[in-house]
Design a binder for this molecule. Structure first.
Ligand code: ADP
Ligand code: MG
Length: 245
């Protein structure tokens, strides 16, 4: 359902993504792992046009796009079919949980308010927050805010959801509730591309793993093979540092 080919990206003359290619099938949960600074966030930002790529192509939903020459129309059309969950939640502070979820439905998709409210309530129920619909972000824990952000992504019925370290900003005791929601989503067949440091999530939930370092994909494989028989010495060394923690 998604093919990224030969993505390159430089910042200030420094190449931060080098010839990145990856393939995602419908229903895949792909974990993107790697040390800090390896380019994981930039990869997701390029894939959702929050940062412009220098070169590369993206095949998605029947279209093939030259990432260096995206039109506003193509960007808008792809964004309508994808969801994004940020490390720092990115909720509107002056909107309730429900309003945060309906915003994209009413404004970008021009959905009638009643219909948007019904879909948003279903999405909030799915993340266990139906009873918090009228709460503002400041009245919610970090874990609850991130679950609202996930509900916001789910409500648009996307073909894929990108997650950028969705649990990294959370206190340890709140990580589990967010991972549980992500596990449920994965089990329901949602296609997900998840940048994460949570190795247990990568091991137990993901179907594929992509390991990045210094802007390149060092190794990618089905999750079981990746963890049981990593091919590259560099991958083995990285997994060891994590297991020794
Ligand atoms: N907006 C930016 N301007 C300049 N350099 C950036 C910017 N965003 C990221 N970088 C650089 O790109 C590299 C990859 O960063 P990033 O994608 O955030 O890595 P990761 O998410 O794996 O920690 C780093 O060297 C970082 O300093
Ligand atoms: Mg990052």
């Amino acid at each position: 359902m998604l093919d990224l080919l030969h993505l390159n990206k430089t910042y200030d003359g420094m190449q931060v993504l080098k010839d990145i290619s990856l393939h995602v099938d419908k229903g895949d949960v792909t974990a993107v792992i790697g040390p800090s600074g390896s380019g994981k966030t930039t990869l997701l930002r390029c894939m959702n046009f929050l940062a412009p790529a220098d070169s590369g192509t993206l095949a998605f939903g029947g279209g093939t796009y030259d990432l260096a020459h995206m039109t506003k129309r193509d960007i808008a059309s792809i964004r309508m079919r994808t969801g994004f969950v940020f490390q720092s939640f990115n909720l509107f502070a002056n909107k309730t949980a429900l309003q945060n979820v309906t915003e994209g439905l009413i404004v970008a998709r021009r959905m009638p308010k009643d219909e948007a409210n019904a879909i948003a309530m279903q999405a909030l129920e799915r993340v266990g927050l139906k009873d918090r619909a009228d709460h503002y972000p400041s009245q919610l824990s970090g874990g609850q805010q991130q679950r609202v952000a996930i509900a916001r992504a789910v409500a648009t019925n996307p073909e894929i959801i990108y997650f950028d370290e969705p649990t990294s900003a959370l206190d340890p005791e709140l990580i589990g509730e967010v991972l549980a929601v992500m596990r449920d989503l994965a089990a329901s067949g949602m296609t997900m591309l998840v940048v994460t440091h949570e190795m247990r999530f990568a091991r137990d939930v993901s179907s594929r793993v992509v390991f990045m370092e210094d802007g390149v994909i060092v190794e990618q494989n089905a999750a079981e093979a990746f963890f049981e028989q990593p091919e590259k010495a560099r991958t083995r060394a990285f997994l060891k540092t994590i297991n020794d923690r």
